[in-house]
Ligand binder design. Structure first.
Ligand code: PLP
Length: 381
């Protein structure tokens, strides 16, 4: 392959050089003052991104691990959770619940859309749920949940609002405390510019009240109480992923130096440019939800075309690794990460190679229109 490897997935994402250097630091005593200072700095940095004053818990895990932990710490077999199901990761969350023996109901929303708040209110008025579970940024479709509205509804009930922001945190706005998110889970390998391997959690007082209740819970590694008891001393309950901690600390410094609001605006501009360019190539944005993702751009391929061919060709001929879909959207969409360490030149190259790919594959595209549309979008903001 003549082109350099370009990681343009919706996670894991490119790890910038500064973070890679931090990852290469010598491992230190995970219970010593050096690493405690790192844990403290991570907590402060994440609190800013999460919009919370809550304690932040760190686990050596991928995002799925902390999704499971959020359920294992708050729900038992007699409890019922309501899953807002509008994509692959929402489905995964409900599957985890079922595998833990929990009662999982769902509001089934067409993929690419988001829940109608009236439907959510109605479901909560009819059944006493202990939790409502939502995905903030559904990476399989690019739909973003209106958490301010969902949180406002759930706050009026005794249910906890559990939210997966694995692919949102650090790339799109999150206001955990203001929106009433009771448990927020995320992971290191997306907008946070780190390798996979760190699961991040923060809990509201309402959630801690449930975790601290009398009900016995089947948990050991995932025990949030043990995690909190250690977190107050800037430690983790079990051996942490020390090197990833160094990396995340550096990534959070980079975000702070750029300024969180500038980081969020950069994500918005770049996603808008990629989406404009995709549209000009005849690949419209997939989600129809009122809020579309700035971290994952999901483009539809025309009927009768196979998106897998585009994904393969981009990799084999242009070194550009993007995602298709291995779910009910199989063959119909392509997905780019527009999060973390990305800039305008990434988007320009994405569209240049996408246009060449479509030409190579014999699709009829008007050359130059994608870059023109992208540059207009970039110029407009
Ligand atoms: N939730 C969302 C929205 C995701 O995008 C992903 C991963 O792509 C996950 C959950 C699962 O996270 P992990 O792959 O880190 O287990």
């Amino acid at each position: 392959m003549s082109h350099p490897y370009r990681l343009r997935l919706p996670g894991p994402t490119t790890v910038p050089a500064r973070v890679r250097q931090a990852l290469a630091k010598p491992v230190v005593n995970h219970r010593g003052p050096e690493f405690s200072a790192v844990v403290k700095e991570i907590e402060t940095g994440l609190q800013r991104l999460m919009g919370t004053a809550n304690q932040v818990l760190l686990f050596a895990a991928s995002g799925t691990g902390v999704m499971e932990a959020s359920l294992a710490n708050t729900l038992g077999p007699d409890d019922k959770a309501l899953f807002i199901s509008n994509g692959q990761f929402a489905e995964r969350f409900a599957t985890i619940a079922k595998s833990l023996g929990l009662q999982a109901d769902s509001i089934d929303v067409p993929w690419g859309e988001t829940v109608d708040p009236n439907v959510l209110s109605e479901r909560l008025s009819k059944t006493d749920y202990q939790a409502v579970v939502a995905v903030h940024n559904e990476s399989s479709t690019g739909a973003v949940a209106d958490l301010a509205t969902i949180g406002g509804i759930v706050r009026e009930t005794s249910a906890l609002l559990i939210v997966d922001s694995v692919s949102g945190l650090g790339g799109i706005d999150m206001q955990q405390d203001r929106w009433g998110v009771d448990i927020l889970v995320s992971a290191s390998q997306k907008a946070l510019m780190c390798p996979p391997g760190l699961g991040l959690v923060s809990l509201s007082d309402k959630a801690w009240h449930v975790v601290d209740g009398e009900t016995p819970r089947a948990r050991f590694y995932w025990d949030f109480q043990k995690a909190r008891d250690n977190a107050v001393n800037c430690q983790t309950a079990f051996t942490p992923a020390v090197s990833l901690g160094f990396g995340l600390c550096e990534a959070l410094r980079m975000i702070a130096e750029e300024g969180l609001s500038n980081v969020l605006t950069r994500h918005e501009r770049l996603a808008a440019a990629l989406q404009a360019g995709g549209g000009a190539l005849g690949l419209p944005v997939f989600p129809t939800s009122p809020i579309r993702s700035n971290t994952v751009t999901v483009l539809q391929v025309p009927e009768g075309r196979d998106s897998g061919t585009v994904v393969r060709h981009l990799y084999e001929h242009y070194g550009t690794v993007i995602a298709g879909a291995r779910n009910k959207l199989n063959g119909t969409v392509i997905r780019f990460g527009t999060m973390g360490s990305v800039d305008e030149s990434d988007i320009i190259l994405d569209l240049t190679y996408l246009e060449r790919t479509l030409c190579d594959l014999g699709w009829s595209v008007e050359q130059g229109t994608a870059l023109k549309a992208a540059k207009e979008a970039l110029g407009a903001t």
